[in-house]
Design a protein around this ligand. Sequence first.
Ligand SMILES: *[C@@H]1O[C@H](CO)[C@@H](O)[C@H](O)[C@H]1NC(C)=O
Ligand SMILES: *[C@@H]1O[C@H](CO)[C@@H](O)[C@H](O)[C@H]1NC(C)=O
Ligand SMILES: *[C@@H]1O[C@H](CO)[C@@H](O)[C@H](O)[C@H]1NC(C)=O
Ligand SMILES: *[C@@H]1O[C@H](CO)[C@@H](O)[C@H](O)[C@H]1NC(C)=O
Ligand SMILES: *[C@@H]1O[C@H](CO)[C@@H](O)[C@H](O)[C@H]1NC(C)=O
Length: 476
Amino acid sequence: MWFPVYVCYFLVTVAAAGDFFSNGEPTVFRKCCPRQHSLVKVVTDHYKHFDCLDRLSLAQTYNISYSPLIISDERFVTVDYGLPILCDGINMIVSAVDLEAKLSTSLNICYDRLVAEVSNGTLMPYIPQTIGLTCINNETETKSESALQINHVRKCCKKGQVFSARYHVCVDSGDNDEQWIVDRLNLTDSYVYEVDIGLQCKSDEYAVELRQRDYTFSVDKNVLIATNRNDRSKTDSLMKGEWCMDQGYDMEDMVAKICTRNCATFNAFCVRKCCPEGYHYKVRRCNSLVSSCVPNVDEQNYFQPMYYLEPLRNDHFGLTDIMGIRTNLECPDGKFVLNRSDPRDNHRLTAEGLLESSISLTSDYCIEMFDRRHCPENDVISSTVLCFIAAEKIKDFRVAFVINSISSVCLALTLIVYCALPELRNLHGQTLICHVSMMLLAYSCLARVQYSPVFDKLTCKLLGNLYPQLLYKLVK
Ligand SMILES: *[C@@H]1O[C@H](CO)[C@@H](O)[C@H](O)[C@H]1NC(C)=O
Ligand SMILES: *[C@@H]1O[C@H](CO)[C@@H](O)[C@H](O)[C@H]1NC(C)=O
Ligand SMILES: *[C@@H]1O[C@H](CO)[C@@H](O)[C@H](O)[C@H]1NC(C)=O
Ligand SMILES: *[C@@H]1O[C@H](CO)[C@@H](O)[C@H](O)[C@H]1NC(C)=O
Ligand SMILES: *[C@@H]1O[C@H](CO)[C@@H](O)[C@H](O)[C@H]1NC(C)=O
């Protein structure tokens, strides 16, 4: 009775595998190091070779943490472990592997993540990179390609942590690792993954947190496609380096964190936070809010500015369901903290994510938790930091304008007198008339410029040049 069912299952499995690699390409992946191990290059004075280290010894011996290459489904791919055989370390060459490139199945090459170099006993960490390791004295082998590619995904939090969209931070929970993420993403296009940890958005981008409650996710190569559940037409593609995924805390589903400049695309309510993720402000001196960023120590330090969000939640249903957070507030002229208990500092967050206070309505603000538990207040409050705006120095030309106008009037009177009286028109008088008329023209130009800004470019140039040109001619 059960026999046909098993046969059926077997056939389906084989068909699925055969479908993907229908052109009969081998599905062998040559990994240099055993499972969960990564490559380290060891260099001494006369010798070079490659070592495999697992993440535990990397962490214990060298205090570095990197995730190994992940094979997502070993039913469909055969993994051959080991460095190129019969090859000395001196003869091995390292080549970079492009994410789109087809991998070779030659016995002469193997692939893995190169994470560090140990030179003379000291460690130099690399930016981990998937590389191919080839033996140079063996070039006779024919090249054979597999359909496998190396793909790239990011897990938002490190091993053993999940992402809390409520507190906007990674929290310890269970033992979920890179393998877990790769398995949960239902990836079908390829089977070899490099997983990096964490996501760093650019300084002008918001990290928007999307939950499976609101979005469906699918991953195609290195691209995350997020589709809004309520509005299927709202679909966005996030490229490599713009997204990470992790398990959500308190809920079984997944959370994606994505980098964007435009929160409206994702219906996200975006705010600015002063310290980096996982940090909060600790006040340096009691009775003041002057603070520095320190790592969170407990739940009270988590970023949850209820004082600002609660009124918005009451007035706008669902507004803060999807949140985005941007750090890095740059204030060239310094910053100051608003005091919530001082009526003069009265302020609030608007539904557009701007900060409204008595002095401004601005997007250049940030909110942070201020820990005062070592002070008499003994509390943790959220408050807002604003940038000082340097008073613009507008030069006042009014006095100069008045004085120059008086000069011009006097010059004009002199000119009139000399022109009107014929007995003054001797040689001396004529030179004086010439001199005074030029002076008059120059001073009137100057007075006009000092009276108010000249917006027409040509007029402005003319007025500005006439004055020094005329004076120069006169002095000569
Ligand atoms: C390990 O490295 C981190 C920074 O990467 C450093 O803060 C920490 O002190 C190091 N620990 C030891 C035991 O060297
Ligand atoms: C390694 O250390 C030895 C002595 O400890 C020194 O002579 C040599 O130059 C060093 N080599 C490198 C590559 O740093
Ligand atoms: C080349 O590699 C093969 C195994 O793939 C090995 O049997 C052979 O000895 C190698 N040739 C040289 C010159 O190292
Ligand atoms: C992957 O598939 C499982 C079962 O079909 C589903 O529950 C899960 O939500 C899927 N994951 C993603 C990220 O779509
Ligand atoms: C905030 O303002 C209140 C009321 O004006 C004042 O009592 C308090 O000292 C201020 N706090 C700080 C830290 O300046």
